[in-house]
Design a binder for this molecule. Structure first.
Ligand code: SF4
Length: 297
């Protein structure tokens, strides 16, 4: 067996590897089609696409129509992958409509100076090339802000945000990388973000009932969750990231969770992993686009 050089990594590959190296291999190296996808995943895709479109085309007044269109596209995206909780789709769609309405109604979003949206980048970290897409970069008071839109149920712990490789790689890309557009033109910002935010979209979802948490109709909180990164942090992540990349390049894949069998909530390969489901391989596709060189030959 021989291994070739990997052309480029993505933050999502690192995230999968530190969650479970075997899951990373199934998805990004073997190119196996996930056994299922969730309604939550569809909600996230539709919201991301809707936010991008309403800014790009100034469709704030039509935000719900945009969301509905993006919802249909997200559902239709991977017809070969069954939806695990189809009974929840309608509820998730209703939530997504309220979320995008809340987002579009905010003056701070309508008036935002969006410099880049769904911005593709490439950057070298140590000896390794990374690619990725930053949800949004805004300019405020002369400085750049980095926003990553999230539709997770809960805001993560501070310790998670402090160590999340995605924010580190993205701020590294703003400082040292270049952005590439569809017409192949490039942009170098050379600027470290003054603020980074986990933008918690679900905070736009109004409470259904009144209670000690708030009144019915009130939004759930400030969506801007600050994430701390400094330029000094970047030197540290260079080393950490190089170690992870080395593990992937050496083919060091193993089953990680202490209690195998408790992974159904986050892994789409539990059947393949336990040997009860025959893997289905992607013939081509975005998942493998940056990782094809790692396929064992
Ligand atoms: S089922 Fe669990 S151990 Fe197996 S690949 Fe998925 S996350 Fe890893």
């Amino acid at each position: 067996m021989s291994r070739k050089t990997i052309e480029a990594f993505r933050a999502s590959v690192l995230k999968a590897y530190v969650t479970c190296p075997m899951m990373c291999r199934f998805r990004y190296v073997d190119g196996y089609i996930p056994e299922q996808r969730s309604s939550g995943l569809i909600r996230g895709s539709a919201l991301h696409a809707a936010v991008h479109t309403i800014h790009r085309e100034s469709l704030f007044k039509d935000s719900v129509d945009v969301l509905r269109q993006k919802w249909d596209e997200a559902v239709a995206e991977e017809p070969e992958v069954p939806i695990s909780d189809e009974d929840k789709l309608e509820g998730q769609k209703a939530d997504a409509e309220e979320i995008i309405q809340g987002y579009a109604s905010k003056k701070y979003n309508r008036d935002a100076d969006v410099v880049l949206s769904e911005a593709r980048f490439t950057v070298d970290i140590g000896k390794h090339k990374f690619t990725g897409t930053i949800d949004q970069i805004r300019r405020k008071n002369g400085a750049l802000q980095l926003l990553d839109f999230k539709s997770d149920l809960a805001v993560p712990e501070d310790s998670y945000l402090a160590n999340d490789y995605q924010f580190s790689i993205y701020s590294y890309a703003m400082r040292h990388g270049e952005f590439i557009f569809d017409d192949d033109t490039k942009l170098i910002l050379k600027e470290f973000p003054s603020d980074l935010f986990w933008y918690h979209l679900r905070h736009h979802l109004p409470y259904k009932k009144s209670g000690k948490w708030g009144k019915a109709g009130d939004e759930r909180g400030d969506p801007f969750i600050p994430v701390n990164r400094t330029e000094a942090d970047l030197a540290r992540i260079e080393h950490e990231i190089s170690q992870i990349v080395r593990g992937i390049k050496m083919g060091c894949f193993f089953k990680s969770p202490a209690k195998i069998g408790s992974c159904a909530g986050f892994c789409s390969y539990t059947g393949v992993c336990s040997g009860t489901v025959e893997p289905r391989k992607r013939e081509s596709g975005a998942e493998l686009a940056d990782m094809t060189e790692l396929v064992a030959t």
